[in-house]
Design a protein around this ligand. Structure first.
Ligand SMILES: NC(=O)c1ccc[n+]([C@@H]2O[C@H](COP(=O)([O-])OP(=O)(O)OC[C@H]3O[C@@H](n4cnc5c(N)ncnc54)[C@H](OP(=O)(O)O)[C@@H]3O)[C@@H](O)[C@H]2O)c1
Length: 252
């Protein structure tokens, strides 16, 4: 129980990696808040997490919604000890697009979700965080690899990795640690959201798994384990750091 009675907030905690993280933090004794937009998955996820978790609806790309959401979160669970900034993804407008085809609209959609929202989620959270809190930013191995069609997404995740260093320095007087979790290919609904059939998505997953030295994709629960380490005092001397959890893609 690394996080007994700690209050935590996970953006995108209603699905995929975020739900895996919320579940693990709950299992470590935390209570808290999950944040997302989809009312159905928010209800399902908060039901599965149990009474110590509340679900709040918020579009994290909208600054006024972020402010209201953090006010409601503090009312529900007091000031936060852990903030996991996980909402994001490469799916949607601007998803997998050659560099020459990126237009202003798709660029804005990708950067709004994968960089602007991360930046302002942390900024708007600060008045609602306890001193000594831990912030975990979810990036990607796209920080380290040149995946074709992911120029904007990869650059956003690189910016998130950089932000962790600057914020770690600026937040040192409050003893708030900022670290990054960079997942490799994790088995989430993201594959089905790319618009492929079930068979095509399964084939794609298998192809991706073949490219991973460990020959399998990762699970949201495994990302939860890394996040629990970064969120807890087990990582008390780790700051401005990145943990790549990818089955060996980047380093082997
Ligand atoms: N899966 C992978 O292989 C992988 C690899 C590397 C990095 N990542 C990163 O891991 C994170 C989670 O990805 P995932 O695979 O778990 O994807 P996912 O299952 O699609 O989950 C994305 C989550 O983000 C939330 N979200 C998206 N846009 C939002 C918005 N504007 N406002 C509020 N919430 C929003 C979604 O909630 P709603 O559905 O309610 O909008 C959902 O809970 C992302 O940052 C992604 O870039 C994933």
């Amino acid at each position: 129980m690394k996080l007994q009675n700690r209050s935590v907030l996970i953006t995108g905690g209603n699905s995929g990696i975020g739900l895996g993280i919320a579940t693990r933090l709950r299992d470590e004794g935390a209570r808290g808040v999950i944040v997302g937009r989809n009312a159905d998955t928010l209800a399902d996820a908060s039901h599965s997490l149990g009474d110590d978790f509340v679900a709040l609806r918020c579009d994290v790309t909208k600054l006024d919604e972020l402010e209201g959401m953090f006010r409601r979160a503090e009312e529900a669970v007091d000031k936060l000890d852990v903030l996991v900034v996980n909402a994001g993804g490469a799916v949607g407008v601007g998803s997998i697009q050659p560099f020459t085809e990126v237009d202003e609209r798709s660029f804005a959609a990708m950067t709004d979700l994968n960089f602007k929202s991360v930046f302002f989620t942390v900024q708007k959270a600060l008045p609602h965080l306890n001193d000594g809190a831990s912030i975990v930013l979810v990036a990607s191995i796209a920080v380290h690899k040149g995946f074709p069609g992911m120029s904007v997404y990869g650059a956003c995740k690189g910016a998130v990795r950089s932000l962790a260093r600057t914020l770690s320095t600026e937040l040192m007087p409050r003893a708030i640690r900022v670290n990054v979790l960079s997942p490799g290919t994790i088995d989430t609904a993201v594959f089905s959201r790319l618009g492929f059939s079930e068979n095509e998505a399964a084939a794609m997953k298998e192809e991706f798994a073949g490219l991973i030295p460990m020959k399998r994709t990762g699970s949201p629960g495994e990302m939860g384990g890394v996040a629990a380490f970064l969120a807890s005092s087990d990582s008390s001397f780790v700051v401005g750091e990145e943990i790549v959890a990818d089955g060996g893609v980047v380093n082997l």
